[in-house]
Design a protein around this ligand. Structure first.
Ligand code: PXG
Length: 292
């Protein structure tokens, strides 16, 4: 069965799902997106993802031509139509078709695309052994120039960082901000554990307010693990007891080496392992149910 993709109210087969070259999402990266996951017919933190999408759109003055209720229905229908139990949903809202030229006033209506596909999981092995990361020369966008809270279609600095990490044979890049402070990874947030306390950079230094990050903060609170937003330097990372990353695609994944410095014992630590387990339980119970 070929994948059915939603574009502006109609479902097309994968081969026919096409967007105009005059779409400003393509011409200028003018738009916003979300990456959402479903686990055994439960869409994880669906409301939170939609809230972030509509907030990103509001900030860039992009009118989404569907209400949240209509958007919810469109996503669930796309999941059902593709008979997906465990899925990765890519929801994109672009400024839509316009003329050449930056002015979004030429774009009559935003375009909505919903792709629901099988999730390509990271190799299981990495969750057992942990990742090796490197800090890279490409820094995170300056937060005052473009808010890191906007999940926009502009990912060039993250992409360059990803290339730089890959060239060195590392699994992922740690991006610093313009002051050399740790911000996040290319598509994941970062946490450290030091003296049994969790720390993660605040959004204002240049991190996306990740939904998985929020879930981990909630789980920590519930299980009386101290957790706070902190300004972190590379020194703090190198000397952490444990480090892990969070994101919709990666979920919770341990880190064992950063810039060739071993983290803690060099093996995924007990607090990380506990949070990985708690997160798995959460995804199995907390979500919006659909039937297929
Ligand atoms: N930072 C950045 C820059 C991200 O893009 C995260 C952190 C983690 O946020 P969540 O809300 O997922 O916990 C992201 C998430 C994709 C894709 O298709 C990208 C993300 C998530 C899922 C899919 O590239 N980015």
């Amino acid at each position: 069965m070929t994948l059915k993709i939603y574009i502006d109210g109609t479902w097309y087969s994968k081969e026919d799902a096409k967007i105009s070259v005059f779409d400003h999402g393509f011409l200028y990266g003018d738009g916003v997106f979300e990456g959402i996951r479903s686990y055994d017919r439960l869409v994880f933190r669906f409301k939170e993802h939609l809230d972030r999408l509509y907030e990103s759109a509001h900030t860039i003055m992009l009118d989404i031509p569907l209400t949240k209720k209509e958007m919810t229905a469109a996503v669930l229908t796309t999941l059902k139509m593709n008979k997906l139990k465990d899925a990765y949903v890519r929801l994109i809202v672009s400024r839509g078709r316009g003329d050449l030229g930056l002015d979004p006033k030429k774009c009559q209506k935003a375009s909505i695309v919903i792709i629901a596909d099988k999730i390509a999981l990271y190799p299981k092995e990495l969750y057992r052994t942990g990742l090796e990361l490197i800090t890279v020369p490409t820094m995170r966008n300056i937060p005052n120039a473009l808010s890191p809270a906007i999940k926009s279609l502009n990912y060039l600095n993250n992409i360059m960082a990803k290339i730089e990490a890959g060239m060195g044979g590392y699994d992922e890049a740690i991006m610093l901000n313009h002051n050399g402070i740790v911000a996040e990874c290319t598509g994941d947030n970062i946490f450290i554990i030091k003296n049994k306390s969790l720390h993660t950079p605040p959004s204002y230094v240049g991190a996306l307010k990740g939904i998985t990050r929020d879930a981990i903060i909630e789980l920590a609170k519930k299980h009386t693990i101290a957790c706070q937003e902190s300004i972190l330097t590379r020194h703090d990372l190198y000397n952490a007891d444990e480090v892990f990353l969070t994101g919709t695609a990666a979920e919770v994944i341990p880190v064992i080496k950063i810039d060739e410095r071993q983290i803690g014992t060099g093996k995924p630590g007990s607090c990380t392992t506990k949070l990985m387990k708690l997160f798995k339980q959460l995804t199995a119970t907390d979500g919006v149910r659909y039937t297929i």
